[in-house]
Ligand binder design. Structure first.
Ligand SMILES: Nc1ncnc2c1ncn2[C@@H]1O[C@H](COP(=O)(O)OP(=O)(O)OP(=O)(O)O)[C@@H](O)[C@H]1O
Ligand SMILES: [Mg+2]
Length: 238
């Protein structure tokens, strides 16, 4: 099979095993530049495994994936990040004892990344203006929703061309979800492609234009939200 030239990210027939447990059974997905695409599925369906493979944190046992025309199979997470594909992992994982500003300053340093530019930090604060008011506070002293913003802001300083977010709305109050969805619109306006893993279907629908449903390590649905709902996909996803 040939890759489609116009894709930002394309995966073909990805298989991943945790020893005897087959978590991905031949997953193929395609995301075009500037698109926002959702990934949904029940607990344990394989969503986080898929995005970890796509971002280079796990190596597929077979199948291929490509980012902006580059073969990324077997490439490290650091390499993925350097090319502009950045994962915001499940469960925030920010440095709670450091200030918001220091969290952004070390953005990506675990990959040996250089210090982010002032412009990149300013852009992150532009997307999340609320964080600017808290820049000198310890991240651990912020609310859960604000900590989620720090996690995303930290990924932004790495100049992503594509952000892959694993359950970004988790634990957020509805009004904060609204605000986060608004921030995603700003990111798209800035030309950043989004792949959003979500359990929260209404949030996912709000901030993406189409969806893949992962069922037991395979793509169970691929299409628009209206069709997904019409086919009873909401039930199928749970
Ligand atoms: N580190 C691991 N070692 C062994 N098995 C794992 C590991 N991580 C996940 N799995 C298994 O792989 C399968 C897929 O897990 P994964 O975390 O990708 O699911 P998920 O769709 O992200 O679920 P959730 O919605 O709960 O986050 C599950 O059966 C899970 O138990
Ligand atoms: Mg998960």
């Amino acid at each position: 099979m040939n890759f489609e030239e116009a894709s930002a990210l394309e995966a073909q027939e990805l298989v991943f095993k945790y020893d005897a447990l087959v978590a991905l059974r031949g997953v193929s997905i395609k995301v075009r530049p500037g698109e926002a695409v959702g990934i949904v599925g029940v607990n344990g369906a394989g969503k986080s495994t898929l995005v970890k493979v796509l971002a280079g944190f796990l190596r597929a046992s077979s199948g291929r994936h490509r980012f902006l025309g580059m073969d990324m199979d077997g490439k490290t997470a650091r390499r993925h990040m350097r090319e502009g594909l950045v994962l915001v992992p499940e469960g925030r994982q920010i440095a709670t004892r450091l200030t918001v500003e220091d969290n952004l300053a070390i953005g990506g340093s675990c990959f040996g990344w250089h210090r982010p530019t002032t412009e990149a930090i300013d852009f992150a604060f532009e997307v999340f203006p609320e964080l600017a008011d808290h820049r000198a506070r310890n991240a651990g002293a912020l609310s859960g929703g604000q900590q989620q913003m720090v996690a995303i802001a930290r990924a932004l300083v790495a100049h992503p061309k594509m952000l892959v977010l694993d359950e970004p709305s988790q634990g957020l109050a509805p009004f904060l979800q609204e605000r986060l969805a608004g921030s995603f619109h700003s990111l798209r306006e800035a030309g950043i492609t989004l792949l959003v893993v979500e359990q929260n279907l209404s949030f996912a629908r709000q901030c993406t234009s189409r969806v893949y449903s992962i069922v037991n390590g395979q793509v169970g649905f691929d299409g628009g939200w209206e069709q997904f709902v019409a086919q009873g996909g909401l039930i199928g996803a749970h």
